[in-house]
Design a protein around this ligand. Sequence first.
Ligand code: MN
Length: 629
Amino acid sequence: MIDELIDEIKTYNKKSNLELIRRAYEFAREAHKGQKRISGEEFIEHPLETAKILAKLRLDDNSIIAALLHDVVEDTTISLKDIEEKFGKEVAELVDGITKITELKAKTSSTKQAESVRKMLVASTKDLRVIIIKLADKLHNMRTLEALNEERKKKVAKEAMEIYAPLAYRLGLASIKWELEDLAFRYLEPEIYKKFKEKVNRKRKQREKDVENLIDVLKEELGKHNLNPEISGRPKHFYSIYKKMKKKNYGFDDIYDLLALRVVTDNVENCYNIIGVIHNLWQPLHKHFSDYIANPKPNMYQSLHTVVVGPRKQSIEIQVRTKKMDEIAEEGIAAHWRYKDVISEKKFDRQLSWLKEILNLEKDKAKDFLEKLKIDLFGDNIFCYTPKGDLIELPKDSTPVDFAYAVHSDIGNKCMGARVNGNFVSLRYGLKTGDIIEILTSTKHVPSRDWLSFVRSAKAAERIRRALSLTGIPGRRFFTKEEEKKVNDSLLSVEKLNKAEIKFAKCCNVMPGDDIIGFKLSDKKAVVHKADCVNLIKIKRNKIKVKWVENFNVDVRLKVSALDRVGLFADILNTVASTGTNIKVAKAKSIGNDNAECELIINFTNLKNLREIIDRIYRIADVRKIRIE
Ligand code: MN
C-alpha cells in the first residue's frame, strides 16, 4: 500500500527521501494502531490516501510526510515535539497548521458563514501547503463519505461544497474542486444526482462515438498543417451541468449534448495556429472566442476557448492550451511549484510575475507565500467567535469593544466588560484569531469617550461618537502615521520653497502629469490642487508655481481603492507586471463594505511611465480611486 505511494513519488521526484517517507508511514501506522474508521477499515488508510492525492499533485516530501502524520497529534498521544525530533521542524509546522485548522473549524457553529470560514482558514494559516494538505484530507473524507449517517453526510458535504471547493478553485486546484463538488452534489441532491447518472449512462456510447469521430477529423486536418497536438474529449462534471441548467434554464440534454474537446500542444504559437485551423474547418460561433492566454484568469488559468458548429450542426466547445497551461489549469498552485525554476516562456513568466512577486521565490521560498498571499485574499483581519460559534471578522488588534459593536450597536453601547476564552479581560485587550468572546452588558451602561482612544474598527468609532453625540467633533483618523505621508517631493519642483512639505489637496485627487497649482501654507508647507479644481475660486493668496519633474528615481506609493472582488489584486499586479515594471511591495486589505485598498510601492524613473501605470490601473474593472503618496 505504501508502495503505491512510493511508486507515484518516484515518477516525479528523483531526489525524494523515500526512506524517511516510509518511516513516517510506519510511525503513523504504529500511532493509529487499533483505530478504525467508521467504514471499518484501518485508520492508517486515511492518511495514506491523503498522501497519495498529494503525490498526484506532485508535492514535496515534507507535504507528503505531513499528510501521513496529519491526524497523529489530534488522535493519539504523540506530540508535535516528537514529530519535530523525528521529521524536522517544517513537517511539525505543517502538521500543527492542519491541527489548528481543525480546532478553529470546530468552534464555528455552521457553514452559514462559509465566506468567513474560508477567509479564516487561509488567514490563520502560515504555509499555503497546509491548505493543500487540508483539501486532500477533505477529498479523501468525501470519497469515503458513504459510511457516515445521513445527517453527518449532509453536513460534511455542505462544508465541502461551500468552504473547500471554493478554496480549491481560488488556488487553481481544478481537479480537486470538481471532485469535491461532484461528491458533495451526490449527497446534497441525491435524487437529481441519480437521474443525471442514469441519463449519462444511457447516452454515453453515442457521445463517446461522436467525440471520437470529431477527434479523428480534427487530427487529420491539423496533421496537414504539421500540427500534432494531443486531443481528448472533456468529461462533463455533474455539478457543472447542474449549475448551468439552473443558471440558464436549460434542460439536461441541452448541456450534456454539447460536445467538448481539449487540445493540448507544446507552445503558445501552436495554440493560436490550431485555433486558426479549427476556425477554418468548422464555423466558429460568433462571440464565443475567449483568449485567456493573453488575459489569464485571476487564478492563473490560461487557455483559448472557442465554440464551433460541427459537421452534424452540433455545437462543440474547444479549449486549446499548452501542456504547462493544462497542468496549471488542473493543479494550480501545486503545479506552479514545479515550474518555479523554469524561466523559459517569457510571456508566461511575466503573467505570473505578480504571483512571484508575492512568492518572492528566490529568497523566502514557499514559506512566506501565504504570509503574503493572505493579505491579498483577506486583508490583515482577525476572526473571533461569539459564544454561539458565529464568526466575526475584525481589523487586526481589535478590542472587545470593537467586537461588541460588530455584533450589534446596542451590545456595543451597553458593553461593560468581556470574557475571552473564559477569562475576564480589560476592554482594551487585543483580540486574536480563534478567540471566543463573551460581552457583558448592563442596561445602565453608556459608552465612554475613552474608548475612542483604543478601538480599531471604523464602525465602533462611529457608533461611539454617535452615542456620545460627538458627530460634529473632528474624529480621530484611522490611519497610522506611516500612511499619512506627504507627497514624495522628488516628483514635484516648487518655486521659492526649499525642502517644503507638499501635500495634495483632498478635494481634487491630483494625478501625476495633471495641470496643477500650488499654494503656500507656511514657509515649510504647501498644498497642490488640480488647476481646474472648483475650490480654487475660494483660495486666492499665496499662489506658487509647481511643476512635475520629468525624470527622477523614487519609490512611489500608489494606493488603489476598489470594490473588493476575487482576483482584484491579481488584476492590478498583472496589469503592472505586463508593462515590465517591477513592484517592490504589494499589499492589499479589505476595508469593510466590500471595499478593498491595495498599496503598491514601485520604483519609477520618469513621469510618463508613472502616469501610464496609473492610467492602466484606472481601466481595471472595479477600481475607483488611485492616490499617490
Ligand atoms: Mn484527516
